[in-house]
Design a protein around this ligand. Structure first.
Ligand code: DSN
Length: 420
């Protein structure tokens, strides 16, 4: 696969080769990562990368678009079918630019967004003080009522909405393990005249695979997403509009020329291939298995009295307070688990008493291990291995044994090349 890089650029070849070995000999539990098919990688690495295609199918600023138009039109049509909506912009370079374009499409500078508190599971692009958009728009927050059940405080959400009259009410998260009540969001948004937007980057694959509710079924106006998490596509973004042509037109203009130049057509082709895969019955099975595997891990954490934010999980991820339950801070837990071949990330918990760089929690999930074909038996054992590792974090011999067990699991479940 890498013959030309190998001949031409030894340093980069070695780094890619090293990463390939790392991915195949360890278990990926970062809930926002996945393994894409060889078909997606081929499209991503195709000669479409050579082409400039500013504009949209049939309306471009450069010639030679007979094939790029085909590619983008197929991607759009498949996205619409997958998410049951009338408009799709598949050019967003990733999730953050998709959110920025969506904000500029639907608001004027100074307008207000009501989104999930970042410490309660929200995302940087939902208005973190360090982001550029925080200088342009005004962000107000809602939170969980109780971090141990995960229930959103919808009364407070409504109160803040009535007080601040947001232009957008944003549902979505990057570290939240429960389902949202989308109907409640739309009800409150109607009351205050706000748009409803779901940032479903984490759960797009669950929605596409019918393992999670589609916010469009509860009347949401817009969905933003990445394509590389549970959806198992190339690194990229997308913006979907349920039915309003006026909104869809504003979004297209905000993406190009508002924010971006030429779309990355190789990535658009890879998105189309991924959407084709996600439209198959096999993908629905995959999405369902992601949830079953997460439930299997949850059962082990319950049994071992490890505190989970939200009290457990209803989706693909778990946020565990390992500092409170096992006396190991999140940063050290991340490092120690890396030593046994399990990759996940340290994460802040709700109302974090420690720091962002050394928080109390770890966040992990099942999309990638499920892609390898692992089921509940392996998910259960992996959760046990994680807890054993953290309980014996200074026992070198024990960690070596567990590392060998993880390696053996990886050999039994190699990363697949194809899902159809
Ligand atoms: N970095 C992504 C995640 O891990 O959830 C969100 O942007």
């Amino acid at each position: 696969m890498y013959d030309y890089i190998k001949k031409q650029d030894e340093e980069i070849f070695k780094a890619i080769e090293g990463e390939e070995e790392r991915q195949s000999s360890g278990i990926e539990l970062i809930p926002s990562e996945n393994y894409v098919s060889r078909a997606v990688r081929e499209a991503n690495g195709s000669i479409l990368t050579n082409k400039y295609s500013e504009g949209y199918p049939g309306k471009r600023y450069y010639g030679g678009q007979e094939f790029t138009d085909v590619v983008e039109t197929i991607a759009i049509e498949r996205a619409k079918k997958l998410f049951n909506c009338q408009f799709a912009n598949v050019q967003s370079l990733s999730g953050a630019p998709a959110n920025v374009a969506m904000y500029f499409a639907l608001m004027e500078p100074g307008d207000t967004v009501l989104g999930m508190d970042l410490g309660h599971g929200g995302h940087l692009t939902h208005g973190h003080p360090t982001t550029s958009i925080n200088k342009v728009f005004n962000f107000v927050r809602y939170k969980m009522k109780d971090p141990d059940t995960g229930e959103i405080d919808y009364d407070e959400l409504r109160r803040v909405a009535l007080e601040h009259k947001p232009k957008i009410i944003l549902a979505g998260f990057s570290a939240y393990s429960r389902e949202l009540d989308y109907a409640k969001f739309t009800e409150i948004a109607k009351e205050v005249g706000a748009y409803t937007v779901a940032d479903m980057a984490h759960i797009a694959g669950l929605i596409a695979g019918k393992a999670a509710r589609n916010p469009f079924d509860d009347g949401f106006d817009v969905i933003t997403t990445t394509t590389h998490k549970t959806l198992r596509g190339p690194r990229g973004g997308m913006i979907l509009t349920r039915e309003s042509e006026e909104i869809a037109t504003k979004i297209n203009k905000a993406v190009f020329p508002g924010l971006q130049g030429g779309p990355h057509m190789n990535v658009v082709a890879a998105k189309a291939v991924c959407f084709g895969e996600a439209l198959t019955p096999a993908f629905q099975e995959y999405a369902g298995q992601i949830l079953k595997n997460a439930k299997a891990m949850e059962a082990v954490l319950h049994r071992e009295n490890v505190r989970m934010l939200g009290g457990g999980t209803s989706n693909h991820l778990i946020l565990a307070d390992v500092f409170d339950s096992l006396g190991v801070p999140g940063k050290e837990a991340e490092t120690v688990l890396d030593e046994v071949g399990i990759t996940l990330n340290k994460n802040m918990i709700a109302d974090e008493p420690r720091t962002a760089m050394d928080p109390s929690g770890i966040r992990f999930g099942t999309p990638a291990m499920t892609t390898r074909g692992m089921k509940e038996t392996e998910a259960t054992r992996l959760a046990e291995i994680m807890i054993e590792t953290l309980r014996h974090k200074d026992d070198v011999a024990k960690k070596q044994t567990l590392r060998e067990e993880v390696r053996a699991m990886c050999e039994k479940f190699p990363i697949p090349e194809s899902f159809v």
